[in-house]
Design a protein around this ligand. Structure first.
Ligand code: ATP
Length: 211
């Protein structure tokens, strides 16, 4: 089998939203990638346990969100391993198949790269695509040249899209009883409602009592 060009979109996806999907599609098109792997984190290293929705729900929502795009694929590589995963370890595992990888990061995640676990190893296994994110400073190529000299050639900058959607804001909207229609794919919206995700106990209490 010939090697493929794969994009790697890691995240908590709590929940997955149109910002994630639009960035993935932009990277696929602009960089000519064959497929995009969505890699949900089982327990993100930077978020305390218990604060994140159980992985079964986050996996189900990613599956629903990408079902209509044959170039999008769910990867369970982080889920099927016990404990938190470092992105560099995940990328090295994925690269072991011989495929060429491009890790897709938004500008704010990219700016945190030097604080990651062994970030230099990332550039040994993959290229990086940086997407702008509404509300955050633009990616800075000069900063990259200082932080990771010689690696500039491995980094591409996407021009868009700039959708001001975040999982945090979506969770807050649901908790406040507000609509998330048009901010997540319709099947994800339906899943969140059916499983009462992100709704506080008070919103359950507010429902009319059964006769
Ligand atoms: P939270 O608000 O819970 O931190 P999030 O919306 O940032 O979540 P993650 O699952 O943590 O979502 O994001 C995965 C990756 O997608 C990260 O690199 C993140 O910066 C990026 N990302 C998320 N939303 C957007 C967006 N609207 N535009 C560009 N990049 C985004």
């Amino acid at each position: 089998m010939t090697a493929a060009d794969l994009g790697v979109m890691g995240g908590t996806f709590d929940p997955i939203h149109l910002g994630h999907l639009a960035v993935a599609e932009e990277a696929r098109e602009v960089l000519g990638l064959d497929r995009i792997l969505f890699v949900p984190a089982s327990q993100p290293p930077h978020k305390p346990a218990g604060e994140v929705t159980p992985i079964e729900h986050r996996l189900a929502m990613v599956e629903l969100a990408i079902a209509d795009n044959p170039a999008f694929e769910l990867s369970r590589v982080e889920v099927d391993r016990p404990g938190p995963s470092f992105t560099v370890d995940t990328v090295e595992r994925l690269a072991a198949t011989g495929d060429r990888l491009t890790v897709i990061l938004s500008a704010e995640t990219f700016a945190e790269l030097p604080t990651w676990h062994e970030p230099e190893r990332l550039f040994e296994a993959a290229r990086v695509a940086v997407a702008p994110r509404w509300g955050y400073p633009a990616p800075d190529p000069e900063w990259l040249a200082e932080a990771f000299p010689g690696r500039e050639i491995l980094v591409s900058y996407l021009e868009g899209p700039r959708l001001g959607v975040s999982s945090t804001a979506l969770r807050a909207r649901v908790a406040a009883g507000r609509s998330i229609r048009y901010l997540v794919p319709a099947p994800v919206e339906a899943y969140i409602a059916a499983h009462h995700l992100y709704a506080p106990m008070t919103s359950l209490a507010r429902r009319p009592a059964s006769p």
